[in-house]
Design a protein around this ligand. Structure first.
Ligand SMILES: [Zn+2]
Length: 222
C-alpha cells in the first residue's frame, strides 16, 4: 500500500494522522484491555440511545442464513475498535466460523469488492470485503471475508438474503468473524469522513438499543 510510505516519514501533519487513523479503521483488532468497565463507552451509549430505528420497520435482516445463530463478540460503543473516535461505534462483530455463508442484510448494489488477501495475516488493510450501497446511499460493509470469498460482482444488484460471500479471517483480525456495519456513504477501504449508523434487524430477538455484546442472535424466518 502506498500509504505505508507515510509511516516512514517524520513529517506528522494532519493528513498523516488521518491516514494512520484510517489504517486502524478496517480492523477488529485485539482487545486493548481486560477491564470490563472499560469495554464500553458510557457516553457513546447515552448519546446513541434514541438513534436505533424501530425494529419493526428495520430494512435489515441478520447477514446469515435463516435458522443459524451467532454471538455478538463486539457490540456498539466499545473502547476497542468499535469506538466513536474511529467512526465505527455502530459496528458489530459476529463469531461466524471460517467458511460460513454471508448474506446481504438489505437490498442494494455492490460497489466495492476485495478478495485477494489470504486469511490470517493480521495486517490492517488486508481485509477482504464487500460493500453494498442501498437506495438511500447508505453503505453496508461485510468485512474479513475469506480469500476468494466474494460471490458477487461489482455493479451487481443483490437482494436481501442473497449469498454474497464466505466468512473468514482476513486483515486486522485475531480470529474468524464477520464485521458488519452501515456507513452514511461509500468510504472505500479507507473511510475518512464516513460515519457509522445505528442499525437494528427485523428478524431476531428484540434489541431496542442495538444488538448486545455476548448475546447470541438467531436469524428468524421472515
Ligand atoms: Zn469489528
Amino acid at each position: 500500500m502506498s500509504d505505508l510510505k507515510f509511516l516512514s516519514s517524520y513529517a506528522v501533519d494532519s493528513s498523516t494522522i488521518a491516514i494512520l487513523l484510517a489504517l486502524l479503521l478496517l480492523g477488529c483488532g485485539k482487545d486493548s484491555g481486560d477491564d470490563s468497565n472499560k469495554r464500553q463507552d458510557a457516553q457513546c451509549i447515552l448519546d446513541s440511545e434514541d438513534l436505533y430505528p424501530d425494529q419493526s420497520t428495520s430494512l435489515y435482516i441478520l447477514p446469515w442464513t435463516i435458522g443459524e445463530t451467532y454471538l455478538v463478540t463486539q457490540g456498539n460503543c466499545t473502547n476497542r475498535s468499535h469506538r466513536v473516535q474511529l467512526n465505527q461505534q455502530f459496528a458489530y462483530d459476529f463469531n461466524l466460523p471460517l467458511g460460513t455463508i454471508v448474506r446481504a442484510a438489505r437490498d442494494g448494489v455492490v460497489i466495492v469488492i476485495e478478495e485477494s488477501y489470504p486469511d490470517g495475516t493480521k495486517v490492517p488493510g488486508e481485509e477482504n470485503y464487500v460493500s453494498i450501497q442501498h437506495d438511500d446511499t447508505t453503505v453496508a460493509r461485510y468485512i474479513h471475508l475469506t480469500s476468494n470469498g466474494v460471490n458477487v460482482n461489482l455493479g451487481e444488484r443483490v437482494q436481501r438474503g442473497q449469498a454474497i460471500g464466505i466468512s473468514g479471517n482476513s486483515g486486522n483480525s485475531t480470529g474468524a468473524h464477520l464485521h458488519f456495519d452501515v456507513m452514511d456513504g461509500n468510504c472505500g477501504p479507507q473511510f475518512i469522513d464516513c460515519h457509522s449508523l445505528a442499525t437494528t434487524f427485523m428478524n431476531t430477538a428484540p434489541h431496542p438499543h442495538g444488538l448486545q455484546e455476548k448475546v447470541a442472535y438467531t436469524a428468524e424466518p421472515l
